[in-house]
Unconditional design. Structure first.
Length: 317
């Protein structure tokens, strides 16, 4: 099937006097003289058309050579206004479901064709993601990555769903109270993304050795989000990821302030080199632990969602 061309859906088009303005979501306007050439161009591109047909029809309707029209097309491609596509791709499941997300990818990194955006979505689909901690931020992370089309998801948490979770953890309902968070979250993610393979691991992480054992016995994740509250977990995970050459990001609260990062990758600076964590065991005694074991971060469903989705966006970049 022949390759077609079109104006990318992320662009809007406006006119002001004799100026044609192409405007995309990041506020970058591209200006053209709104003459007969551009009028015919917009009319032809309003329907499916191959590049060859487009050049032939445009040269037949205006006083311009094929070389001139080809130069105009090349310019609009270089400005990331036009893209190549095959009509069957428009009807593809991935395009129908993730059209606006594909446009977002294109804004982050302009791509020459619809196929190149679909390839990115396919890469996302096969990405193996691990979330440690299924609290407020963890639930928002899980919900968003499943909705974004990531289909290989593992969840680690040892808690059960309680009534006080429901006001801040989007994946759970009253029917889930008393169920393990991992199982309840997995069931909800399968409703969001029926093709997803969700692996719940119901346990608390108590040391680095246990964590490494879990990671070695399961499919190697491409990325890990750490959103659990255990204060020693960042250093345990940092050590394990260094051993296994894995990438991770901590996403949590520091007091009542959202904390995103750092992003730790193989060969880069380690978490312990970037963040100096206090030794929480040394700062507590038998009396303070009685209170701190019941500590809950001040948070809302709104802040949890914002923090989680900012973290995901940073990773996508």
């Amino acid at each position: 099937m022949e390759t077609h061309i079109r104006i990318k859906p992320s662009w809007q088009i406006f006119t002001e006097n004799d100026t044609l303005i192409f405007y995309n979501s990041y506020g970058k306007g591209v200006l053209f003289l709104f003459n007969d050439v551009m009028k015919q161009l917009l009319q032809l591109l309003s329907n499916p058309i191959t590049e060859k047909e487009f050049i032939n029809q445009l040269t037949a309707s205006i006083p311009a050579t094929k070389k001139d029209i080809k130069a105009l097309i090349d310019k609009m491609k270089s400005l990331h206004i036009l893209e190549k596509y095959i009509p069957v791709q428009i009807e593809a499941y991935a395009h129908q479901k993730f059209q606006t997300q594909l446009s977002f990818f294109d804004l982050l990194q302009p791509l020459p064709s619809l196929q190149s955006k679909l390839d990115l979505q396919q890469k996302l689909r096969t990405t193996k993601m691990l979330i440690i901690g299924c609290g407020g931020i963890g639930c928002s992370l899980l919900q968003s990555i499943a909705a974004a089309g990531i289909e290989q998801i593992t969840i680690i948490d040892g808690d059960m769903v309680e009534l006080n979770n429901l006001g801040k953890q989007l994946l759970f309902t009253h029917e889930d109270i008393g169920e393990y968070k991992t199982e309840a979250a997995a069931n909800q993610l399968r409703r969001i993304a029926p093709d997803a393979v969700v692996t719940p691991i119901t346990t608390f992480i108590n040391n680095a050795t246990q964590l490494q054992d879990i990671l070695e016995k399961n499919p190697k994740p491409d990325f890990i989000f750490l959103s659990a509250d255990e204060p020693n977990l960042p250093l345990w995970l940092d050590a394990v990821c260094k051993n296994l050459q894995l990438s991770f990001m901590k996403v949590s609260y520091l007091g009542s302030v959202g904390f995103i990062g750092p992003l730790i990758i193989p060969g880069g600076k380690r978490f312990s080199e970037i963040i100096q964590l206090a030794n929480f065991d040394e700062l507590q005694n038998e009396f303070t632990r009685l209170h701190n074991k019941n500590h809950k971060h001040a948070s809302t469903v709104f802040t949890n969602s914002i923090i989680a989705n900012l973290a995901i966006t940073e990773c996508l970049k």
